[in-house]
Write a protein that binds this ligand. Structure first.
Ligand SMILES: *[C@@H]1O[C@H](CO)[C@@H](O)[C@H](O)[C@H]1NC(C)=O
Length: 381
């Protein structure tokens, strides 16, 4: 009896004293990258995350779970490899994430608006979680009321989350959602931040992608604060303003995870001598050998392959960028991640969400393995 009480007290103490959430996205498609870019479930360090989110499954026309890459699951057995990481960290939760940018918004809007499709979707999700050994579900609809969505999406979204949360929690599963960190986008998609917060266990705010090659001038992917060069709406395109807007709209800070990117967004400068914010650009920066996507580079590429590029620290935005000739990349490093985690601590947030594990320096090509993930874990309160 006494031993039981002591153990109960001890585990309660550990639960209270342990640091916040470290929610890590695992992206299924990175197993097909080449050379040192290849990233599979075996490359995950399961001690650096409290939650791993499998990205992504889709939403089928009939509102059931849609497998997006059958070979990755049935041929390469990656879902089982991912779930078995729990053997190395029994506290680790593995979460199924549905949606993402490429899924668009239309089908989510259709399901959100229809009670019977919502019910089908929820049944299908719970069956999928049970069959595959997941611990929860993450909805990544980008975004209600945008990109092919409808005007009544924001209200239907809250109804959908409420039904999902009730059904999932009843089975012992948690519900999280990825939501926009842009103030303008929030005002369209999530006007009632409190209702969203009430109907989620965790709110993963995507406080990145503030600037990129869709603009005609240089801007940083994820500034912590505004620059004096920011004017008008651009002055709120930063991490601090995004998180503050969620809290102002009624979200519970303890449910909010600050979004952190392990990548940078790139530009080709119009004039290699003009490297300031808002300098004119020709377009996207050149692709890297691992990520092979024009307009972005992984931190693992930036630190190991572009170590000779000239680095500058922006002390207003609290983020670094690198320039080489006409190539410009704004990204996060150990120092900027540390400052963002200190901000999250000061705001009393629940923790951090990371997009994504595969572009941290997971092989330790620039020093210790997983420098960005370690910076998060060492500083989060
Ligand atoms: C390129 O930028 C530099 C630095 O801002 C400036 O002095 C120069 O006039 C620019 N060149 C052209 C062709 O615009």
């Amino acid at each position: 009896m006494k031993v039981v009480t002591i153990l109960a007290l001890l585990s309660a103490f550990i639960a209270v004293s342990s640091a916040g959430n470290v929610v890590c996205y695992f992206t299924s498609w990175t197993i097909y990258r080449e050379g040192d870019g290849t990233f599979a479930a075996k490359d995950v360090d399961p001690t650096l995350c409290t939650h791993i989110l499998y990205a992504f499954v889709g939403l089928a026309w009939d509102a059931t779970v849609k497998i997006l890459d059958d070979w990755e699951i049935t041929g390469l057995d990656e879902l089982n490899h991912l779930i078995s990481l729990k053997e190395q960290n029994p506290n680790l939760k593995i979460i199924l994430s549905m949606g993402g940018w490429n899924e668009g918004s239309y089908q989510y809007s259709q399901v959100a608006a229809d009670p019977s499709l919502r019910a089908t979707m929820i049944d299908s999700v719970i069956s999928f979680l049970k069959e595959n050994g997941f611990d929860g579900f993450d909805l990544d609809w980008e975004y209600p009321g945008q990109r092919g969505g409808a005007d009544d999406d924001p209200q239907n979204y809250i109804t959908w989350l409420g039904e999902l949360k009730a059904a999932l929690n009843a089975e012992g599963y948690i519900l999280s959602a990825a939501v926009s960190g842009g103030v303008g986008s929030m005002d369209i998609s999530y006007p009632d931040g409190k209702a969203i917060s009430d109907n989620l266990d965790m709110i993963n705010v995507m406080t990145y992608d503030y600037h990129g090659d869709w603009e005609k001038w240089v801007g940083h992917n994820a500034p912590l604060y505004a620059s004096h060069l920011d004017e008008g709406d651009n002055a709120v395109l930063n991490v601090a303003a995004g998180i503050q807007h969620w809290i102002d709209n009624g979200a519970d800070p303890k449910k909010i995870n600050i979004g952190l990117g392990t990548y940078g967004r790139t530009f080709t400068l119009a004039n290699a001598s003009n490297t300031e914010l808002y300098a004119p650009v020709y377009g996207t920066g050149e692709q890297g050998p691992y990520t092979q996507e024009a307009g972005m580079l992984g931190y693992n590429e930036i630190c190991a392959l572009y170590s000779d590029w000239e680095e500058t620290w922006d002390d207003e935005q609290k983020v670094p960028h690198k320039v080489n000739g006409d190539q410009w990349v704004g990204y996060d490093d150990v120092k900027s991640i540390q400052l963002k985690i200190e901000f999250a601590n000061e705001m009393g947030l629940g923790g951090a969400m990371v997009w994504s594990l595969d572009t941290d320096d997971f092989l330790g090509k620039c020093g210790e393995k997983y420098p960005l993930m370690k910076a998060i874990n060492q500083n989060l309160k």
